[in-house]
Each structure stands twice: as C-alpha cells, then as structure tokens.
Design a protein around this ligand. Structure first.
Ligand SMILES: Nc1ncnc2c1ncn2[C@@H]1O[C@H](COP(=O)(O)O)[C@@H](OP(=O)(O)O)[C@H]1O
Ligand SMILES: [Mg+2]
Ligand SMILES: [Mg+2]
Ligand SMILES: [Mg+2]
Length: 354
C-alpha cells in the first residue's frame, strides 16, 4: 500500500473543512430564526449547512483542478430555488464571500448562481468505482442550532473504500471530554481530526498548523470504559444502549453528544465505546459515518454494524447494514458484540410477547 498517495487530497480536505468551519462558527455565534429551515423529512437545515457545502465544494475544485470531481453530499439546492428563499440565498452567498475574504487565501467572489451550482455538485451517487468525495456540511444540525457540538465531515472514497477523512469539530474542547457531556471550562476549543489510510489518525487545534498522532483507549475492562451516544433520543435507542452497557459491566453513565464529534472523541481515547441504534426503518447515510469511521480505525479502533460486519461505503448514498453501528477498540469488540446481540435478542423477544 502506498502511504503517500492521498497527501494532496488530504491537504485540500483539511483546508476545505477548516474554511467551512469558519463560516459555521460565524453563523452559530449569531444564529437568526430565519436562518433555520425545515426539510421535507422535518429535519432542520440552516444557512450554515448550505454555506458549508458550497465552500467545501468550491475549495476542493480550486485545490485539485486536474482531478475529476465527484461529490456525494447531504444538501441540495431545491428549497433554495423557491421564490420565498431569495433572501436566504442572498444571505448564504454573502456568508460564503465574507468567509473567503476574511480568511484571505482565495481572492474570489461568487454569485448566487455559483453558490447553487456548488451546492448541487454534491448530487453524485458514489458507488464502488472511482473516487468520490463524501460530505456532511454540518453533521449534528440539531446540536448546531442548540449551540452544542457539530462537525464538518469530509471523506474520500476510492474504489468503494474510505481512504481519507477529516472532521472539523469547532466546539469540541482540545482536551478530554470524558465525564463532561461535551462541555468544559477549557479555553482551547475547536479540533480538526484527520486520517489517511495506513498512516494513522491525527488531531490539531482548528486553524492551527501542528498536528499530533492520536489513538483509541485500549482498555479491555468494561468497568473502565465509558460510552458515547446521540444526544437526540430520536436518533438512537437510548434504552437499548443502556441495556448493553449494563450487560457489559460499564459503570459510567452515557456521554451524549451530537455529531461525528463522537468518533473524534473516541479516536483520541475520551471514551471507549460508541453505540448507535436508530429506530426501525431508518437508513443510515454514508456522510454520517465515512469520515468518522476512518478517523477511528486509523486510531486503532473498529466500527461495525450490530452483526459485526465492516461498514460498506460502496453501495451508493446509503449504508446497507444490520440494526445499528458499534465502535470500540479491538480488545473490547468481541465482548461488546456479544452484549449487543444478546440485548437485541432479548428486546425482540420481549416485543413479541407484548
Ligand atoms: N431518525 C433518525 N435516526 C437516526 N439518525 C437520524 C435520524 N434522523 C436524522 N438522523 C441523522 O443523525 C445525524 C446526527 O447524528 P447524531 O445524533 O449522532 O448527532 C443527522 O445528521 P445531520 O445533522 O447532518 O442531518 C441525521 O443524518
Ligand atoms: Mg441533516
Ligand atoms: Mg449528518
Ligand atoms: Mg448534515
């Protein structure tokens, strides 16, 4: 395996995610009611989700002009093209231009049409062949709106495998959040995680140059392990996770935080387990896990579905998986997997006896 083959792409991804994070930070500080809209599935989207997607798409194209560009991204411009969205589109365009000019690397000015086109370049279906960027412009929009954790998550697929990933987490403390529920009095806030296949995982302060290697916590003893899960109960069955934690012998209460900041925190050893069990019928999207999973695996962890299968990012925009996603270190995985399967069996049995 050539370890330097994605160096250029990784550098571009870090630039793109950091710049998008600037836009998001500006918006989160002064979030207006009119900045938040509701999508067809009732989930929220904000001017920052759109602005972030436009910036990442524009920066990747400027940084890698000679590469064929394919982007699988969460948002599209359909709602922004409506008459009632004119003000919103203008606000997004101003935010994008203000971000470019305040940061200073790129002296460009984009039009509303450029912004719509940049957002819509994210309509690729991905798949098993060639290279595809995978972007969640704001992961954890609900956390973003609440003023909590969120992440800009960007990964590159090559022949169906995630080969690099970047997670910008503007509100994540630089030091451990174990037992802090995502909050801390620490004054250094904002992390950039990055990983390239075969090269390990790194973390740096967002907007600072020097990165340090990170690794997962290697405890084998569940009594020392704490676990992460979604803040939003609608996104993951909290009862099932607590049943699993109890079976395993985990003592600490769950650490509930939004977004793929969970993968970042796990990759640097703040906790040892991440459990995610969506309600029945929910289909996971690749942009919710691509960047996070490579950051964790390059830090020495593993991410699988509830049956123990590796996550397969080659099937298009959705992940096709059994029941849920579990992430931990290699030593704990076998016992975690049995606890998960036993808890799911018991839950299914008790449901069928009702
Ligand atoms: N009913 C549901 N079950 C599971 N995940 C859901 C969900 N509704 C939305 N999500 C996903 O959960 C993501 C946030 O994860 P978390 O709970 O870990 O913060 C959302 O990402 P976005 O915020 O990018 O839309 C969204 O894709
Ligand atoms: Mg969303
Ligand atoms: Mg998401
Ligand atoms: Mg999102």
């Amino acid at each position: 395996m050539s370890s330097s083959s994605y160096e250029k792409e990784l550098a571009a991804a870090k630039k793109a995610a950091s710049l998008a994070a600037r836009l998001c930070q500006t918006v989160q500080k002064a979030l207006l009611k009119s900045d938040i809209q509701s999508k067809a599935d009732k989930s929220p989207v904000t001017v920052a989700d759109y602005g972030s997607q436009a910036i990442v798409s524009l920066v990747l194209k400027m940084e890698l002009p000679s590469e064929k560009f394919s982007l699988v991204a969460e948002e599209d411009s359909a709602d922004l093209q409506k008459d009632e969205s004119q003000e919103t589109l203008k606000r997004i365009t101003d935010l994008v231009n203000d971000t470019f000019s305040s940061e200073g690397t790129y002296s460009i000015s984009v039009s509303e049409e450029d912004v719509l086109a940049a957002i819509d370049s994210g309509k690729s279906d991905g798949g098993p062949h060639g290279r595809h960027w995978v972007l969640d412009p704001i992961d954890g929009t609900k956390g973003f709106v609440r003023g909590d954790q969120y992440a800009i998550a960007l990964a590159l697929l090559d022949e169906g495998r995630v080969v690099l990933g970047v997670l910008a987490c503007p509100n994540l403390p630089f030091t451990s959040i174990a037992n802090l529920d995502g909050h801390s009095s620490e004054n250094q806030i904002g992390c950039l995680f990055s990983a390239q296949t075969g090269c390990g995982a790194y973390m740096q302060l967002l907007h600072e140059p020097s990165a340090a290697k990170i690794s997962v916590c290697t405890t084998e003893n569940p009594a020392d392990a704490s676990f992460f899960e979604s803040y939003e109960a609608a996104h993951s069955l909290h009862d099932l996770s607590s049943a699993i934690a109890k079976k395993l012998g985990v003592q600490a209460p769950p650490v509930r935080i939004d977004s793929q900041a969970k993968y970042g925190a796990l990759a640097r050893g703040d906790g040892a387990i991440y459990l995610r069990f969506p309600h029945k019928g929910y289909r996971e999207k690749i942009w919710d896990h691509a960047a996070g999973s490579i950051v964790v695996t390059e830090a020495g962890g593993i991410a699988t579905d509830a049956a123990g299968n590796n996550l397969d990012f080659s099937k298009g925009r959705y992940l096709d998986l059994d029941t849920g996603i579990i992430v931990t270190n290699k030593k704990l995985m076998p016992s975690l997997l049995s606890a998960v399967q036993e808890a799911i069996r018991e839950q299914t049995q008790s449901a069928s006896h009702m």
